[in-house]
Design a protein around this ligand. Structure first.
Ligand code: CP
Ligand code: NVA
Length: 308
């Protein structure tokens, strides 16, 4: 049976840790200049209804490195913008390609694509989740700090797709996560409801929601942030600038975190808003390692979904 990757919570514990291991092997192979092409003759269709630098290039380069091919499909050049239904697109693409990656607005759209496609469907970001990014983030934490279990992530800012996915990722990796979000900008209610009861071995909740960034950052191993205004929310610029004032990753937050804390951001970043330039360029920053690891982790994912 085909397997989709629409949310991180969909991965079993075994699949998650296997992916972490495979990513390490695949990354090492590339660093040694070894050619590894398990996807010779395979094609990935990539449907983008929103902008992208990292997701597009890492999937396209990754497919090529694995011996396959990737097709970039923008709605304006396809019948999608002229109203062809998702369920029809899904069935047609499935007759040509071996997997479909979708970046879109509603989570229901990737779910519908997956329901009608006979090939694996990958969520390349929706308003609700960004699971490929968090896989790369967790791999980066493990490779840099040497472990995941029991570490604390502090997430500062908007309770958006990144926050929702980090909650699922933290629980899957048996980490603790403290999110500092302004009132009215909390993570998705269902995601919170599903994970708020998840407890660590001390019987304490793995997921904590606060409003004070300093409280979240205290003792954290990782400080994570994302933009105040996500794709599709451009009309809310002024309101959000006001609400998120003070929700910034800066030296004051780093001072209360662990001495070896990592600073993370999925990128693109807005320096001076959710993160200061000095912290983004500073010695704690892992932002470019995260971006690089998108390539390696997605190659492991493509191998798992397409080659099995
Ligand atoms: N982090 C991320 O998904 O970047 P892009 O929007 O450039 O793909
Ligand atoms: N929250 C951001 C993430 C970009 C990778 C957005 O959805 O625009």
């Amino acid at each position: 049976m085909k397997k989709d990757f629409l949310t991180l919570g969909q991965l079993s514990e075994r699949e998650f840790w296997d992916l972490m291991d495979r990513t390490r092997t695949i990354k090492q192979r590339r660093q040694k200049g070894q050619v590894y092409q398990p996807l010779l003759g395979k094609t990935l269709a990539m449907v983008f209804e929103k902008s992208s630098t990292r997701t597009r290039v890492s999937f396209e380069a990754g497919m090529f490195q694995l011996g396959g091919h990737a097709l970039f499909l923008s709605p304006s050049d396809t019948q999608i913008s002229r109203g062809e239904e998702v369920r029809d697109t899904a069935r047609v693409l499935s007759r040509y390609v071996d997997a479909i990656m979708v970046r879109t607005f509603r989570q229901e759209t990737v779910e519908e694509m997956a329901r009608y496609a006979s090939v694996p469907v990958i969520n390349g970001l929706t308003d609700k989740f960004h699971p490929c990014q968090v896989l790369a983030d967790l791999f980066t934490i493990q490779e840099t700090l040497g472990a995941l279990k029991c570490l604390k992530i502090a997430y500062i800012g908007d309770g958006n797709n990144m926050a929702n996915t980090l909650i699922e990722g933290a629980v899957r990796a048996e980490m603790n996560i403290s999110l500092a979000c302004p009132k009215g900008f909390e993570p998705d209610k269902d995601v919170l409801a599903r994970h708020m009861d998840s407890t660590n071995r001390h019987g304490m909740s793995r997921v904590e929601l606060v409003t004070d960034p300093l409280e979240a950052a205290k003792g954290a191993n990782v400080i994570y942030t994302d933009v105040w205004v996500s794709m599709g929310q451009e009309g809310e610029n002024a309101e959000r600038a006001k609400a998120f004032k003070g929700y910034q990753v800066n030296q004051a937050l780093l001072d209360v975190a662990r001495p070896d804390a990592l600073v993370m951001h999925c990128l693109p970043a807005h320096r001076g808003e959710e993160i200061t330039d000095d912290v983004m360029e500073g010695s704690h920053s892992a932002v470019f390692d995260q971006a690089e690891n998108r390539l390696h982790v997605q190659k492991a994912l493509l191998e798992m979904l397409i080659a099995g």
